[in-house]
Design a binder for this molecule. Structure first.
Ligand code: NAD
Ligand code: 0WE
Length: 286
């Protein structure tokens, strides 16, 4: 368009039109996240929700950086992320350590001074806290659940925000247990309520910098974090029977919503929790 404006001569009408047409074709041909840089935290394996959203972001043209919890997951993440290119940056980052977060962002900043997208797809509570009654939650289990599953969003957002110099989109994963009692979800439900409230306060802080912060609240997904949770397959069956859409959610559907929340189509959406749960959350009686 600037080329077109600068071609001034009287005989240049056609040349001008041609340049405008070329610019329009270029823009309409662009993938929605072309030129964007995204940080993805929370890939453990190919079933991870983070991986589903990373694939959608990648296919939309984003360049991605991955953080992983520790050496135990390094191999998995390398195998997956290197399919996006051998030079894909992967850095260790245990979010319960301020030093690891600082170190990770220092490394990321060297390669990518600007960041546009951040995905937080991380949760942990000590196993016994998800097995006993909520009332038995220890001070330590409560602390760890909130530290890893909620505070980490604040910490990662604070590190990422100064790099989001052209605005940005921050996305975190939540679950229905944040707003209603889901037996055995226990302290994780309380931590998700904290994550969702943090999303709103972060959205308020970062709005003036054109950084949006939202949550996807996903229906139950068959991932590593769900494995070993007793009665999990019964939960999948329950959604099939009772959710309005009478089916469970597919990973690629979380990818599609993750892409929407990262793209211009959601430019005026911030501080929200978007349910991607086959409609389950609207039900009052089943
Ligand atoms: P997942 O096990 O694939 O992902 C969880 C991730 O958290 C792992 O990559 C793990 O390494 C990471 N993690 C845990 N502690 C960490 C720490 N200290 N530092 C850094 N990373 C740490 O399981 P998932 O189901 O993909 O979970 C991703 C997110 O989705 C979580 O926030 C979870 O609560 C949420 N979610 C899951 C479901 C479900 O049914 N699976 C439903 C709704 C929301
Ligand atoms: O957020 C989650 C699970 C997160 C999670 C999973 C584990 C298992 C291994 C957090 N901490 C741990 N700690 C471990 O030691 N989900 C939304 C999946 C989930 O977990 C449940 C659910 C659902 C759904 C637990 C009880 C009831 C329902």
């Amino acid at each position: 368009i600037r080329d077109a404006q600068e071609s001034r001569g009287l005989g240049d009408v056609y040349k001008r039109q041609l340049l405008i047409m070329t610019a329009i074709i270029k823009v309409t041909d662009m993938k929605p996240l072309e030129g964007k840089v995204g940080l993805v935290a929370g890939v453990a394996n190919k079933r991870s929700i983070a991986w589903a959203i990373a694939q959608a972001w990648h296919e939309a043209g984003a360049e991605l950086v991955f953080t992983y919890q520790g050496d135990r997951l390094k191999g998995n993440v390398e195998q997956l992320a290197s399919t996006f290119g051998a030079d894909t940056l992967m850095v260790p980052c245990d979010v319960s350590s301020d030093e690891e977060i600082d170190q990770a962002f220092a490394t990321i900043k060297e390669r990518h001074p600007r960041l546009d997208l951040l995905l937080h797809s991380i949760a942990f509570a000590p196993k016994e806290a998800l097995e006993s009654d909520f009332i038995q939650t220890t001070r330590e289990a409560f602390r760890v659940a909130h530290d890893v599953s909620s505070y980490s969003l604040v910490a990662l957002s604070r590190a990422a925000a100064p790099m989001m110099t052209q605005g940005g989109s921050i996305l975190a994963m939540s679950y229905y247990g944040a707003e209603k009692v889901v037996p055995h979800y226990n302290v994780m439900g309380v931590a998700k309520a904290s994550l969702e409230a943090s999303t709103r306060y972060l959205a308020y802080d970062l709005g003036p910098k054109k950084i949006r912060v939202n949550c996807i609240s996903a229906g139950p997904m068959n991932t590593l974090a769900a494995r070993g949770i007793s009665g999990f397959s019964a939960m999948l069956k329950h959604y099939e029977a009772h959710a309005p859409l009478k089916r469970n959610v597919l990973p690629e559907e979380l990818g599609a919503t993750g892409l929407f929340l990262a793209s211009e189509g959601s430019a005026a959406i911030t501080g929200q929790v978007l349910y991607v749960d086959s409609g389950y959350q609207i039900m009052g009686m089943y």
